[in-house]
Ligand binder design. Structure first.
Ligand code: CP
Ligand code: NVA
Length: 306
């Protein structure tokens, strides 16, 4: 049984395959009806947190592939009345062919995996957002061509999106620069894992407070909200302003740098309204690509594993 939980343990070969298949689904979806590879399959979607893109992209992807999606608000399940995950998982095994889960606690995914014999897909946890990374890598490949040797800088606060993006970019042989506050740095274990991935894939990890060093030769600058869903850290927004993507920061970047954001954005916090609007083409291309990358994820982890 294969699950899609994080980018770190997903081999580079499979990530590349997912990008290729996302490209394939993008081309066929825009030409007419697609191959109904999920015919007779029902995929449940347990969401503990709100979602616009991931939820709708998965629901539309499942429909286009001929399957049925069941949106399951966790508040309506007996899980909300403390039915154990192990009982829920064993029940769902007999009804469903796959499960997408968006959760506050990554441990919830681990517990589902222990008791599931259907594929589990991580639709975002506080630690990882692997489905987003596939859409992002597809977008970067469309923008830059071959990814190996290219540089991306993530600016803002280290979170689930930047974590998965770091692992994915390094696996593609890119230079991944983190321009983040020092107290947000990933822990030593994560850094060692990232360095190992970089070493094995000719990638390069750069963590710096030097704006010039971070931006030089970067083809992409990426940011995400300073406060993720469920994050109750008291933010010092004044101190974070030097990590905002605004026109002054972009003046120090390469002229043709592309700006990316997974959305939803908090305008004038991590990115100014002006920059978001002037780079909206790339940012909405990224959102659009979630549909095709989620089709590729369903193909790989639901269709091909059943
Ligand atoms: N980017 C993303 O995952 O958006 P949603 O929270 O709307 O799903
Ligand atoms: N880091 C954000 C991403 C939302 C898609 C969050 O977890 O809220």
């Amino acid at each position: 049984m294969q699950h899609f939980i994080n980018i770190q343990t997903c081999p580079a070969k499979i990530i590349k395959e997912l990008i290729d298949r996302s490209n394939y689904w993008k081309s066929v979806t825009n030409q007419g009806p697609c191959n109904k590879i999920l015919h007779n399959k029902t995929i449940g979607m347990i969401f503990e947190k709100p979602s616009t893109r991931t939820r709708i992209a998965f629901e539309v992807a499942i429909t286009k592939l001929g399957g049925t999606s069941l949106f399951l608000n966790s508040k309506d399940l007996q899980l909300s009345r403390n039915e154990p995950i192990k009982d829920t998982a064993r029940v769902l095994n007999s009804y469903l062919d796959g499960l997408v889960i968006r959760t506050y606690k990554h441990d919830v995914l681990d517990e589902f995996i222990k008791y599931s014999n259907i594929p589990i897909i991580n639709g975002l946890s506080e630690q990882e957002h692997p489905c987003q990374t596939i859409a992002d890598l597809l977008t970067m490949q469309e923008l830059l061509g071959n990814l190996a040797g290219k540089k991306i800088v993530f600016v803002g606060r280290y979170n689930n999106v930047s974590h998965s993006l770091m692992m994915g970019s390094l696996k593609m042989g890119m230079t991944f620069a983190l321009l983040i506050p020092t107290n947000d740095c990933p822990n030593t274990t994560v850094l060692e894992q990232a360095q190992e991935i970089a070493k094995n894939n000719n990638g390069n990890l750069l963590i710096t407070q030097d704006i010039k060093e971070a931006l030089t030769e970067s083809s992409i600058i990426y940011t995400d909200v300073w406060q993720s869903m469920g994050d109750e850290t008291q933010l010092n927004r004044i101190n974070l302003m030097c990590y905002q993507i605004n026109s002054n920061l972009l003046k120090q970047a390469e002229k043709d740098i592309k700006v990316m954001h997974c959305l939803p954005a908090k305008r004038n916090e991590e990115i100014t309204d002006e920059v978001l609007e002037s780079h909206q083409k790339t940012i909405f291309q990224q959102a659009d690509n979630k549909l095709y990358s989620h089709m590729a994820i369903l193909e790989k982890f639901v269709h091909l594993t059943n």
